[in-house]
Design a protein around this ligand. Structure first.
Ligand SMILES: [Zn+2]
Length: 437
């Protein structure tokens, strides 16, 4: 019989069925983790659960702490680690002025390796244990990222940016080379350890029709089957007004921006679209019909002045969604701060984003967007024990505020409003201590 570790603390996670989210809060809880597999064996109340597991390898008791699932950041750009906090531009200028300049440095293997390591460590420090990231258009930028992720035993998703026009020559691939490079990366990394591949056309303006056709070919060659998960697709959609006008010029034959992807067979349950701020109803409907997923990036939308998303629309159309940082357009790695800004954007649209839903959108919902809710996102039995330990007395203000919290909703709302990386006391990957503040 395999051996197990015990973790005692307050525990929070949520479940969901038929679109009803259930918050599960155990004030004095116990989590049991299999030491070999890193999977959860049981989560329950300490007094009733502890007697069932008498021969543990160790018991860790975290006082004044809250254990919850690690955050899942479903849209982020690791090569933009040093682009974060770049002044004074909106999307298209920002790409040309900062991003395309920085991303060219990733042709240098050492540079790419350094940033991949810094990026992953920054995610961990912020309590993010899984992310789906864009790489640069250089194939080796994906290799170094997956190598660094594998070393840390992380569940990560990444892909080589496909971009064959409207970018500096040094960053452009071709339709054919982007297909060949992506395919060899998929064969090398997809479903290896905890890693998955996402086919990654940056966005419609930087790909030709021919390149989008090649991207669709990859999705078709690596589909979901009864025993394997297919590759995902990540890209951008309806982020900025200027961008949308540009797409109209570049793809005059398309009904709308979403139709550019839809007509190239790039939509469906494996496809994850970042932003979708300026979707028309026709686009929401087509997204819902195709089962495509949406990732909202509040901090990036505010930082670049792109606009305010509409969660109520996504709910009306029953489109699956999650929240994400979109660093470097986004200006924080902290998912607490992503939730904080999401709440404010919703408020401007006359919608109250309740804290249970906000935490759902950064954990279980995000796992669903990635088709990974069978392994991460909450603490159901057999899921992988990627969890974070929050220090509930991280700051004086948080300590004082939590004294007047009436219930778990109050606690969660205070954390998402006042919290950041200072809250992250420890991070566990597959039940093993990985980071300690
Ligand atoms: Zn992005």
């Amino acid at each position: 019989m395999s051996q197990y570790n015990l973790f005692r603390a307050s525990i929070y996670h949520c479940t969901e069925s038929d679109r009803v989210i259930e918050a599960i809060y155990i004030p004095d809880g116990l989590m049991v983790v299999d030491n070999d597999s890193g999977q959860i064996l049981e989560v329950g109340d300490y007094t009733t659960t502890a007697p069932k597991w008498p021969n543990s390898l160790s018991l860790k008791h975290f006082k004044d702490s809250l254990i919850m699932p690690g955050f899942i950041d479903t849209h982020v750009h690791y090569p933009q680690y040093r682009v974060i906090a770049s002044y004074g531009t909106s999307l298209l200028d920002w790409l040309n002025t900062y991003t395309f300049v920085e991303e060219q440095k990733f042709s240098d293997l050492d540079y790419a390796t350094t940033v991949a390591e810094l990026f992953l460590d920054e995610l961990i420090k912020n309590g993010t244990t899984t992310a789906m990231t864009f790489c640069s258009s250089y194939k080796q930028s994906v290799d170094v990222f997956f190598t660094a992720a594998e070393k840390r035993k992380l569940r990560m998703i990444a892909g080589k940016v496909m971009m064959d026009r409207n970018a500096p020559e040094g960053l452009c691939d071709s339709a054919q080379s982007s297909y060949i490079d992506s395919k060899s990366l998929i064969d090398k990394w997809h479903n290896k350890a905890r890693l998955s591949y996402a086919v990654t056309p940056r966005f419609a303006p930087t790909s030709t029709n021919e390149q989008l056709t090649q991207a669709a070919k990859l999705l078709k060659e690596y589909p979901n089957t009864s025993d394997t998960k297919g590759v995902l697709l990540q890209t951008h959609l309806n982020e900025n007004d200027e961008e949308i006008e540009w797409v109209k010029e570049l793809y005059p034959e398309s009904k709308n921006y979403f139709d550019v992807y839809d007509s190239h067979d790039l939509t469906g349950i494996n496809s994850v679209f970042g932003h979708c701020i300026h979707n028309t109803d026709e686009e929401y409907r087509a997204m819902a019909d195709s089962g495509s997923k949406v990732v909202l990036c509040p901090r990036s939308n505010l930082f670049l002045g792109s606009g305010l998303f509409a969660i109520d629309k996504l709910e009306d159309f029953e489109i699956e969604m999650a929240l994400a940082s979109d660093v470097g357009g986004g200006d924080s790695f902290s998912m607490f701060q992503v939730m904080n800004e999401a709440y404010k954007i919703c408020k401007l649209n006359d919608y109250n984003l309740d804290p249970v839903k906000a935490f759902y959108l950064t954990t279980l919902a995000a796992a669903k967007v990635l088709n990974m809710d069978d392994s991460i996102g909450n603490f159901e039995v057999n899921k992988e024990a990627d969890f974070i330990v929050l220090d509930l007395s991280a700051t004086e203000l948080i300590t004082e505020k939590l004294k007047v919290a009436k219930d778990i909703n109050d606690i969660l709302f205070s954390l998402m409003t006042l919290g950041d990386d200072r809250l992250i006391k420890e991070v566990y990957i597959l039940g093993q201590a990985t980071y300690k503040k």
